[in-house]
Each structure stands twice: as structure tokens, then as C-alpha cells.
Ligand binder design. Sequence first.
Ligand SMILES: Cc1cc2nc3c(=O)[nH]c(=O)nc-3n(C[C@H](O)[C@H](O)[C@H](O)COP(=O)(O)OP(=O)(O)OC[C@H]3O[C@@H](n4cnc5c(N)ncnc54)[C@H](O)[C@@H]3O)c2cc1C
Length: 261
Amino acid sequence: MKVILVSYTSNAEAMLVLAKQTRLLNSSVIDRLGKILTMNKEERKKELEYAFGSISSAWEFVQYIFFLEGVSRAFTHQLVRHRVGFSFAQQAMRIAVMEDFNYYFPEDILSDKSAYDEVVEVLDHIKQAYSRLLKIGIKPEDARGILPTNVLTNILVSCNLRSLSTLLEIRLCYRVQGEFRDVARDMRKEVLKVHPRFEQVLRPFCLRYWRCRFPTKAQHCPIFNDPEFSAHLVGEGGVPDAERERYLVEKWTRLTEKEEE
Ligand SMILES: Cc1cc2nc3c(=O)[nH]c(=O)nc-3n(C[C@H](O)[C@H](O)[C@H](O)COP(=O)(O)OP(=O)(O)OC[C@H]3O[C@@H](n4cnc5c(N)ncnc54)[C@H](O)[C@@H]3O)c2cc1C
């Protein structure tokens, strides 16, 4: 799987501030943009804090386009459930001949030889049957029905900062299937390379609102079960102070990076 950030709003901070300040605008937009672009670091920081702490419609003026390469159809089916602020373009199995398809093996199947062998045997069988169907004149759009859900595909995804923030809130959670969490982690990583100051709105739900959405189902969650995090997520723990928050977010980031290895 590979996440490529193909395109993004290059002057994103200025666009965010401009979108926020438009409500006050009674002079030339060019003058206002000029003022925003020449703000000092402190002024810019204050404006961004306001943009992130108030109504999030201004975030919709920052755009991202990702190419997700070698992801499963099972994943893309989940991805396209995100309806608001997203556009998708996907490789068509109706047209492409998929005789040499690749397959996504989840971690638990990869680490269990008998499960792995079982899957490989079925895949061989599917490949042969798919080829035979094409040979006797069945169209790819009809033969594709026997391909596995984890067949690999590519998808182009366009979204804005607001919709991305909502997706990451949901999909960086440990309740989410591994492949989606991996993609969400890499989308976040790619965006932070170009827009590091947007980190505060690119987190899982628990690290944004300091509460777990699924406390009764969190028995395997490494965050919920870590005393340093649970001190804030369980009971009356509440929001950590800024220094503690930074420490916990860094700890969470390290944890997700370890999973990547
Ligand atoms: C752990 C997990 C398990 C899941 N299990 C299932 C399952 O078993 N079956 C299943 O069908 N799906 C399942 N889903 C998918 C889930 O129900 C959502 O479809 C998916 O997460 C997209 O989220 P969303 O609707 O918030 O996103 P979007 O569609 O992008 O919407 C973003 C936000 O816009 C607002 N919004 C969007 N549409 C409307 C609307 N029509 N009316 C009012 N407000 C709206 C909401 O505030 C919403 O949160 C699961 C998701 C997860 C993470």
C-alpha cells in the first residue's frame, strides 16, 4: 500500500485565515490577502488557533488529493462510505482484465501459515476460473464477480481539511480494521509533511476530545489501556494541559509508527 499526496493547497494557512476573515471583509480581498501573507509568526498562530477553535467551515478551503495505490477493494468499499466533502475515481474492474490480480493479506493471515496456505489455494483456484471464463467469452464485467474482496486496486481521493479531519477522527481509532488504520496513518503523515501546524485537527477522536467513543469495546485498545492515556480518557480525567497533550500526542505518534515497521 502506498499513499501519495498528489496535490494540496500550497498557501493553505493563508487560505484558512482568509476564509475565516471574509466575514469582516469590507475592503479589497487582495489587500487583505497581502496582510495575511505578511503576518508575523505570532499573529498567524493566533489566527490559526481561532480557525481551529471555532466553526470549521473555513477548513473547506484547503484541498488535498491523494492517490492510494495497492489498497484492497474491501478498504475502498469502506472509504467511499465517507459521503461529505469527498470525490473518488477508481480503477474499473469492469474494463481492466484482472487475470494477474494482487491480493491484500491482513496481518493475522500472514502470521498464520495454515490460514495463509488456505487463502493462497483459493486464490489460485479463482485465478484459473477467471481466466477460463474470459476464454469462453464471458465479459470482464461479469467475470469480476468471482474476484475476492481483498483484490488490490487504486483509488484517487479528493477531500478538504474538514472532511479529512472527520475521516481521521473515525479511522485512526483502534476499532477500525487494520488496513484502513494504516492508510489513515499515512494520509495524516503526508499532510503533516506539508502542513505541520494542522496536526491538532488530524488526530483520532480520543486525542481530540479526550474521551473514548467505544469504552465498552476498548479491551484491546493500546491507548485506552495505557495508564497515561486512560488518566484522561476514563472517568473525570479530562483534557490535559498543553505540555501533557504534546507529550501524549508524540507518544501516540511513536506507537503508530512502530506499527508501520
Ligand atoms: C468501527 C466502524 C464500524 C462500522 N460498521 C459499519 C457497519 O456495520 N455497517 C455500516 O453500514 N457501516 C459501518 N460503518 C461505517 C459508518 O457507519 C459510516 O458510514 C462511515 O464511518 C462514514 O462516516 P460518516 O457518515 O460520519 O462520514 P460522512 O458520510 O463523510 O459524513 C460526515 C458527517 O457529515 C454529517 N452527515 C453526513 N450525512 C448526513 C446526513 N444524511 N444527515 C445528517 N448529517 C449527515 C455527519 O455529521 C457525518 O458525521 C462503520 C464504521 C466504523 C468506523
